[in-house]
Design a binder for this molecule. Structure first.
Ligand code: SF4
Ligand code: SF4
Length: 724
């Protein structure tokens, strides 16, 4: 090696992006915890000089060597617990770098929300049960810390005596009772009621966790009872309203030995708990709040993970994620934050309709591969025969699971622990598609259409603007001499070539014209945004289309874009900035509603009932729920489906599924159409070309097209603005 080579700076990608590796941080914390506990032990084993009339002697009836042993044991187990977490952190650090710093205000809010259990209580029953355990645990933990602080404090600063001690005793007994009640409820739910999502993932560790926690609560109360008996049941101890009556069961003569026995059991169970934390799913007590704080990110919800320019790169060895180290550290950390609650599975349209996909299993299988290849315990224990021989996730996750996903984001939205499941699925699809050429056969012709015709239908691009022939006014075309416009109307492939959706385009154009909006289209210069290719993992085709579109838009100086397609809306607004395309993009419902509000178009109500189907890429991916409903309210009487807004069920077309067959189980569009029809609405309104097709097909397949009609919001509005 030459001197120049030795002195050359590291290439940026070779530099360690971590300022402080979490594993190192946890290792340091382990050392500090041990030192801190031993210091507390040194102070705590000094003879207690002060005795208050109303109060208690900490470590009373415990021999000196027992107290010393206690501090040493707690220090050792605390250190081991944190070192086991550090070992898990080393496993997370195998993943690729992903930025999750900055946005501290948002992160703090998420962390506070997590500590307040906000996401957990969204499920009322499970949330209440969890809250009972969690809040009482917090009180008991803080109570123990308070007792220790008071014990270590110099005489003049001690506060846990007199009425304060009595209130403290009552609060801690109440917390202990609540804790046990919550654990009882959890046991009944898991082993009595056994709802599907709990039953299917109940493992021996669940029983152990419940048993150890309950034993900690029970031995705590019994230790208290024995102590009160030993002290001759002083009257002020009646404030320990559980421990005091229990003390009647323990004869004063034998109370000393019984007290020591319970005290040792209580302390031993506590150190067992410390080690169970990193080794079992109990770890979510630590990882879930952190994961929620890590949730805010620069990349919008609807944008897939950025990739280098595949058209120019020459040194890319792999695309997407197939091996543990090809996932990001955050994606690996996610698996340790999973509480195995199954809320994701419960809302998954693929799972609901009998497809082989279960989002919880995706998380657990990735967690297992990551854990098994690093020699740590998996996210949740797995059957012994389910072994893995390498860090290739496809040993456990099948292509059929991944191709069943509609990328609807319902799982991410429902997850109380803030996991990002869709990202993982899409990264694995990228690998399947580009590295293994393993994708549904129908996608082959879709990619060909995109590459050869620049649109997903394989139609003649020169006919993109032909829908204008049905209008009695001119629509400008950007790029023609002298043409400028405030808005580019991005029509999309469906709006240009699909017969049903051309009606939406015509309605939108008429409304914009009526309101005097200055708009123009691109016509043949508009290529597919590439969404179908990107969502099915073909980043190469996506980038080809995206870069061409961005060049066109930038050359024409486009700033504002309107589109009726949420997929185009999402790709243009959220993903093109990754490649240098920055535009202000509006969904047509947003602009149309503002035109109604400004009085530029004046709809009359049709008096009919309308139910609105939230497109996933408008709602969950982009948080647009109000504008479409305002449009509906302006023209009819809105009735909501049971699953609406953030909880809406997908139509089945997202994630590129519009372009390949659904061969297993019930069709998702039928499931959704049945729900829409069951509202009794006259009209099913949509705001997406693919939802429109799926629901319209659904209504016809159910034989309900005589009494229910499916319409895009623009069609509805146009009828009520320009109709007779
Ligand atoms: S994105 Fe939708 S279809 Fe895919 S796993 Fe999540 S809930 Fe299921
Ligand atoms: S991914 Fe989230 S919703 Fe799914 S089981 Fe894990 S914690 Fe629950």
């Amino acid at each position: 090696m030459t001197a120049t080579e030795t002195e050359a700076p590291e290439a940026p990608e070779e530099q360690d992006p971590w300022r402080l590796r979490p594993s190192v941080g946890l290792g340091i914390l382990a050392g500090l915890a041990v030192i801190g506990t031993l210091l507390a032990g040194w102070l705590g084993t000094l003879p207690e000089e002060t005795h208050f009339e109303i109060g208690r002697v900490v470590f009373g009836n415990i021999p000196h060597f027992g107290i010393v042993l206690f501090y040493f044991t707690v220090a050792a187990f605390l250190g081991v617990s944190l070192l086991l977490f550090a070992q898990r952190a080393q496993s997370w650090e195998r993943g690729a770098w992903e930025q999750r710093t900055g946005q501290w205000r948002e992160r703090s809010k998420k962390l506070i929300g997590a500590l307040m259990m906000r996401t957990v209580v969204e499920d009322r029953r499970a949330g209440t049960m969890h809250s009972l355990i969690y809040w009482s645990f917090v009180v008991l933990f803080l109570g123990t810390v308070t007792l220790e602080l008071d014990h270590l404090a110099p005489t003049g600063l001690k506060f846990l005596h007199g009425p304060v001690y009595q209130a403290y005793s009552a609060i801690l007994d109440l917390a202990a009772l609540t804790f046990l009640a919550g654990l009882g409820w959890a046991a009944i739910r898991r082993y009595g009621q056994r709802p599907w999502r709990v039953r299917t993932k109940t493992r021996p560790e669940d029983a152990w966790i419940l048993a150890v926690l309950a034993a900690i609560g029970v031995t705590g109360l019994l230790t208290e009872a024995a102590r009160i008996s030993l002290e001759g049941q002083p009257s002020f101890e009646v404030w320990s309203f559980v421990g005091y009556p229990l003390s009647n069961l323990i004869p004063e003569a034998s109370a000393s030995g019984i007290h020591q026995g319970f005290w040792v059991s209580h302390a031993a169970l506590f150190v067992v708990f410390l080690v169970m934390l990193p080794l079992t799913k109990l770890r979510h007590m630590m990882t879930t709040p952190v994961n929620l704080a890590l949730l805010p990110r620069e990349r919008p919800k609807g944008a897939m993970r950025e990739m280098p320019n595949l058209l120019e790169a020459t040194d890319i060895e792999t695309v997407g994620a197939a091996r543990v180290e090809e996932f990001t550290w955050k994606q690996l950390f996610d698996t340790d934050a999973c509480t195995i609650c199954g809320r994701c599975t419960e809302v998954c349209p693929a799972n609901l309709t009998g497809k082989p996909l279960d989002p919880r299993e995706i998380v657990l299988k990735l967690g297992q591969v990551a854990a098994d290849t690093y020699g740590i315990s998996p996210t949740v224990s797995v059957d012994a025969e389910l072994t893995v021989s390498s860090d290739l996730v496809f040993e456990r996750i099948t292509p059929e699971e991944l191709w069943a996903c509609t990328t609807c984001r319902a799982c991410d939205e429902a997850c109380p622990a803030g996991l990002e499941i869709v990202d993982k699925i899409l990264d694995m699809r990228r690998n399947l598609s580009l590295m293994e050429a393993e994708f549904p056969s129908e996608l082959g012709s879709t990619y060909l259409s995109l590459e050869n015709s620049s649109n997903v239908y394989g139609a003649d691009q020169t006919t993109r603007g032909d829908w204008r022939e049905e209008l009695d006014f001119e629509v400008k075309m950007l790029g023609e001499p002298g043409v400028t416009a405030e808005y580019l109307y991005w029509v999309g492939c469906a709006g240009s070539f699909d017969d049903r959706n051309r009606k939406v385009t015509i309605s939108t154009a008429k409304l914009l014209h009526e309101a005097g909006v200055d708009f123009a289209i691109l016509g043949p210069k508009e290529f597919c945004t590439g969404d179908p290719a990107r969502r099915t993992g073909n980043e190469y085709v996506f980038q080809g289309l995206a870069l061409q579109n961005i060049e066109t838009l930038n050359d024409l100086g486009v700033e504002k874009v309107i589109t009726q397609c949420p997929h185009c809306f999402n790709t243009l607004g959220n993903e093109y900035p990754q490649f240098g395309g920055d535009y202000e993009v509006m969904h047509h419902s947003e602009l149309l509603m503002s035109l109604v509000s400004d009085g530029k178009i004046k709809p009359k109500s049709n008096g009919q009932t309308v139910t609105f189907h939230d497109p996933c890429y408008l709602g969950r991916h982009n948080d647009i729920y109000v504008a479409p409903r305002d449009v509906v309210d302006a023209v009819g009487e809105r009735v909501e489906m049971p699953r609406n807004g953030t909880k809406a069920l997908c139509c089945g077309a997202g994630g590129g599924k519009m372009w390949y067959e659904e061969s297993t189980g019930k069709r998702v569009n039928i499931e959704r159409t049945e729900e829409a029809v069951a509202t009794g609405a006259d009209i099913i309104a949509t705001g997406c070309p693919f939802c429109f097709i799926m629901l319209d097909d659904g209504v016809k397949e159910l034989g309900r097209d005589e009494d229910v009609v499916v319409k895009d919001l623009a069609m509805l509005l146009e009828e009520q603005v320009l109709g007779d």
